[in-house]
Structure formats: C-alpha cells, structure tokens
Ligand binder design. Structure first.
Ligand code: SF4
Length: 455
C-alpha cells in the first residue's frame, strides 16, 4: 500500500505537519518512512527503515526547514524492503531537483524501464524509481509537462506527490485505483494526502478527492488543476473500503466507518447466526462487528484486545513475520467469551493464517461455539495493483471451498458477505470499483487485459 503526503504552507512548520500527517497514515505502511522539505532553494530529505516514531526526533525535524514538504510511509509489493527503496526518492534533473512519493503499483514498469536513456542507472529495485527516472528522462520544459508525459505512458496504480524546490504536485492514475485527496489550511496553504484522516489530523479542511487522471499543482500563485487527456473507467480498489483506509477517512464522500457498519448489517441479514454474543477482530472489523450485532439484536462485546504497538499482520513483508505477529498481537477477554456462542466478525480472510489462530484462541478461553463472519466476499484472485496478494496459491479461497475453509479454520460456521451486499454497503455504483481479486473485474489496464487466470 503506502501513504503519501504533501504540504505547501509558507510560515508553518511543514516538516512537523508532514510528520503528523504520516502518523495518521502509518497503517498504510510500516517498513520505512521519509520526509523531504524545500525552502525554495534546496531540498533536504531524511529517509530511514522502520516506524515513523522511531525514525524522527526533535533534532531531525528541526533540521527540515522550509515551506513545502513531501512525506511517505512504505509497504513493499514491488521491490524489497530495503532502505534504497525507501521514499521520498530524491532526484536531480535538468530542470532542478525534486522528490517523488508513490502509492500503488505500475503494471508496465519493466517495459517503461527499457525506454530509459542508457545513462540513467536504476539504483533501487522498485517500480516507483522507474516512474521518477522517467520524469528525470523527460525533455519537457516544466515539471507539470513532464508529469503529464509520464502519465500518458505509465499503467497501473499510482497516487503520487512530487515536490520541486518551489512547487508541490499531486496526481493520480486515470483509473483512480488508490485514493488521494486535497485539503486547505485556514489562512492559506494546502495538504495532499492518501486519506482524509491525515488532512483532519493536521488541522486542515478537506476540500475534495484528486480526480483520476488529474494533476494538481500548488505554488506561490495558489492551486492549479489539469486533467490529462486520457479518460479511463474508474476503478477504486474495493479493499480501501473493506480493510485499508482508516475508519475516520472518507472516500468519494462516503464515511469508511459507515460503509463498514453497513457491511456488518448486510452480513447479518445474509448469514445470521444462532449465537449469544458478537465480537470483531480489532481494529478494522470493529464497525462491521457493531453493524452485525445491531442488525441481529445480539450484544456486542470486546473479545480480543489488540496490542496496538505491533504492526498489522497482513502488512508484514514475509510469512514468518506474519505468523509470529498474531501470537503477540491479541489477548482475549475471558469474561466475555467463556461458555458463550460467539460470532466473530473479520474483514477478510486472505491467506488463512490468522483466522485459525483466532478461532483457537477463543476456544481455548472457553467459547462454546465460534461462528466466523467475513465482511468481504472470498478473495479468489491475486492483486496486481499494490496489495500483497501475489499468487493464487497463497489465497485460501482460490484453493478451497467455503466448507473446506470452515473446517481448516476450525469454525462452527462460516459466512462471507456477497459482492452485491458489499457494493450496496459502499453506497457507490459497482462500475466505480476494481473488484479484480473478488470476481476478476480488474481495471482496463493493458497488462491486466491479457488472459490472466481468473477464478
Ligand atoms: S485486485 Fe483487489 S486488492 Fe487489488 S486493487 Fe483490485 S480490489 Fe484492490
């Protein structure tokens, strides 16, 4: 995934604002983080591996002085989890230096890399570097024209922020796969961020989404917008609604919290359970769990307390870390579970490594029955657009029937939300979404139009 942020706010401490905005986006990536700041003359950058709080301190932030900042927090899908891939990437070009921060995944980065001038050496291993080197390689006279030119060639998911010495840019791929929004500070200045929760965190007012295929430029004359010519059908990642986005964010005007709450209510209508209590796997399934309890008339209880200082299991870069993470992550509340028939609501089952551990944990503390309910349909296809679900083999629902999954996770019953129910809960039309991993309806991106095994 990744979180990106851009701040243009003369007279304010932009490094600190970027830091707090990134804090609000830490759930989108926990492997590395960085902030770059320009004072109009020079860009100064600090990038390291690890969580934001461990990377930045007062001394580092006070060295980042200027009126324009770009920040990034990373979760890797293309390119390994090493510091050379950490962002923002700092580049030198014939029109000056710039920094580049990317959320998404380019589906044509290999062929794009082949078109680079031979003197441009790729030092990182990520698709993001290919995009930034294409900007360097362009011979257009302005940064805006360079971005427009690269956007005409790039395919896949890219919600990006670029900072030059004096200008801040935000732009989004023509399909709008990953979110990107715009906010304004009272008294002047703007913020661009992956999610609206980051805009609120820094005290700015949410203005709007940056449109698919739009470039926004912010400079001393204010805000400018340009739509690149290419129009594509929209394809926002449905997993932003299901899992990724923070519940206090809004997407396309819809509260993520309320969408998840509706998913839980709809799930209770589709798969009611004969049970005593409803609980949710914290944190992202909590609105869905409350919705399920409300609709079914059962009490909602806290069954598991999450250690919030351990990263998200799904987001860790390898299987060993994922497995270890679950054991450290949840502690059960025995008093709410002992002797009860429990409905446990989760937002998704990807690989099927976390759910059996949770079911066992609940049984170990005396839950009499465990009924698993999932606020998404089964994930049957890989993601090629920046989410770490790379092959059919690793996806449990691509390989087992629902009853086989139920037995494998050790649940008394298992129910998934229907695709229709999911779409209805978002309040948006189905044709606005990428649903590739759920039903094979990927965006119309050339690399994804080739026959790929869809189940
Ligand atoms: S395939 Fe799934 S996870 Fe990937 S962008 Fe589409 S909806 Fe999101």
């Amino acid at each position: 995934m990744c979180g990106v942020v851009g701040i243009y706010a003369p007279g304010r401490d932009v490094a600190r604002l970027a830091y707090f905005a990134l804090y609000a986006l830490q759930h989108r990536g926990q492997e590395s983080a960085g902030i770059a700041v320009s004072d109009g003359q020079k860009i100064v950058s600090h990038v390291e591996m690890g969580l934001l709080g461990a990377i930045f301190d007062e001394e580092i932030l006070s060295r980042l002085r200027g009126y324009l900042a770009v920040g990034h927090t990373r979760y890797s899908t293309t390119g390994s989890s090493v510091v050379v891939n950490a962002q923002p990437l700092l580049e030198q070009s014939t029109i000056g230096e710039f920094v580049f921060a990317h959320n998404g995944n380019l589906t044509n980065h290999e062929s794009l890399a082949e078109t680079l001038s031979p003197d441009l050496v790729l030092v990182a291993t990520s698709d993001s570097e290919v995009f930034s080197k294409k900007i360097v390689d362009s011979d257009a006279a302005t940064m805006e024209d360079r971005l427009a030119a690269v956007m005409q060639q790039a395919e896949g998911a890219y919600s990006c922020v670029v900072g030059t010495e004096r200008e801040l840019y935000g732009f989004r791929d023509p399909w709008g796969v990953r979110p990107l929004c715009l906010g304004q500070f009272e008294g002047g200045g703007y913020v661009i961020a992956s999610e609206s929760c980051a805009v609120a965190t820094v005290g700015a007012k949410y203005l709007r989404e940056i449109e698919p295929g739009e470039i926004v430029r912010i400079d001393e004359d204010g805000l400018h917008s340009r739509k690149i010519v290419r129009e594509e059908p929209p394809a926002l990642c449905m997993f932003e609604y299901i899992y990724f986005a923070r519940p206090d964010s809004k997407l396309n005007g819809r509260s993520i919290y309320m969408a998840r709450y509706e998913m839980g209510k709809q799930l209770a209508r589709e798969h009611p359970a004969d049970a005593d209590v409803v609980m949710a796997v914290p944190d992202s399934a909590i609105p869905g769990g409350i919705g399920f309890a409300t609709e079914s008339g059962l009490p909602y209880v806290e069954g598991l307390i999450k250690n919030r200082y351990i990263g998200r299991t799904f987001i860790s870069p390898d299987q060993a870390m994922r497995s270890q993470g679950v054991a450290l992550k949840f502690n059960p509340i025995l008093e709410n579970l002992e002797g009860q028939r429990v409905v446990v609501v989760d937002d998704s089952i990807v690989r099927g490594t976390t759910t059996p551990r949770i079911v066992r944990l609940l049984r170990d503390v005396g839950a009499r029955e465990v009924h698993v309910r999932v606020t998404s349909p089964p994930i049957v296809n890989p993601c090629y657009l920046g989410v770490d679900m790379a092959t059919h083999d690793e996806l449990i629902a691509a390989n087992l029937s629902i009853d086989e999954i139920r037995r494998k996770i050790g649940a008394d019953s298992l129910g998934y939300l229907s695709l229709e129910g999911l779409v209805k809960s978002t309040g948006r039309p189905q044709n606005e979404f990428c649903l590739g991993c759920l039903n094979g309806a990927y965006p119309r991106i050339p690399a994804l139009a080739e026959p790929i095994a869809v189940r």
